[in-house]
Write a protein that binds this ligand. Structure first.
Ligand code: RP5
Length: 162
């Protein structure tokens, strides 16, 4: 199975990024985690991206806040899928990172999830891997079913309580 790269711009992003790691772990997906910054360590970020396909990555998750150019900078140097997580850090509540991550020029796509949307970033990557992996597709179906059942249980509980 291909592995998923998880890159964050700073270790201060880790509390959010941890949710992506936990989601990949729950599905037994191989992954590698790094701190690379488009601004502070651009050479290392570029090297990772340039070598990502031959290193066995199937997709790369990039999490960054503020002037969040990480996902775009990584996407500029690879044609494997890049998923961006805008992180709410700094004084603008993540709107800065959202716009910096999502507004990519035509030709260099970044699939941007919600601000702090780390779980969906991981699930999106798992869904990509599941295209060639029936067992993984079945696990995704089972999770959807379990999630729906959990909500239906809450519905019954709340209807009886209020
Ligand atoms: C971004 O700047 C990082 O992704 C982080 O969200 C933000 C602040 O970084 P630190 O100053 O906490 O290292 O590059």
């Amino acid at each position: 199975m291909k592995k998923i790269g998880i890159i964050m711009g700073s270790d201060s992003d880790l509390p959010i990024v941890q949710k992506a790691v936990d989601t990949l772990k729950a599905f037994d997906i191989p992954y590698e985690v790094h701190i690379f910054s488009a601004h502070r360590t651009p050479v290392e970020a570029r090297n990772f991206s340039v070598n990502a396909r031959e290193s066995g990555f199937g997709a790369i998750i990039c999490a960054a806040g503020m002037a969040a150019h990480l996902a775009g900078a990584i996407a500029a140097n690879t044609t494997i899928p890049v998923v961006g997580i805008p992180i709410a850090s700094g004084g603008l509540g993540g709107m800065d990172a959202l716009l910096s991550t999502v507004q990519m020029p035509s030709g260099i796509p970044v699939a941007t999830v919600a601000v702090n949307g780390a779980v969906n970033a991981a699930l999106l990557c798992i869904q990509m891997l599941s295209l060639e992996d029936k067992e993984l597709a079945d696990k995704l179906d089972a999770k959807r079913k379990a999630d729906a059942e959990a909500i239906l249980t809450k519905d019954v509980t709340i209807a009886s309580q209020l």
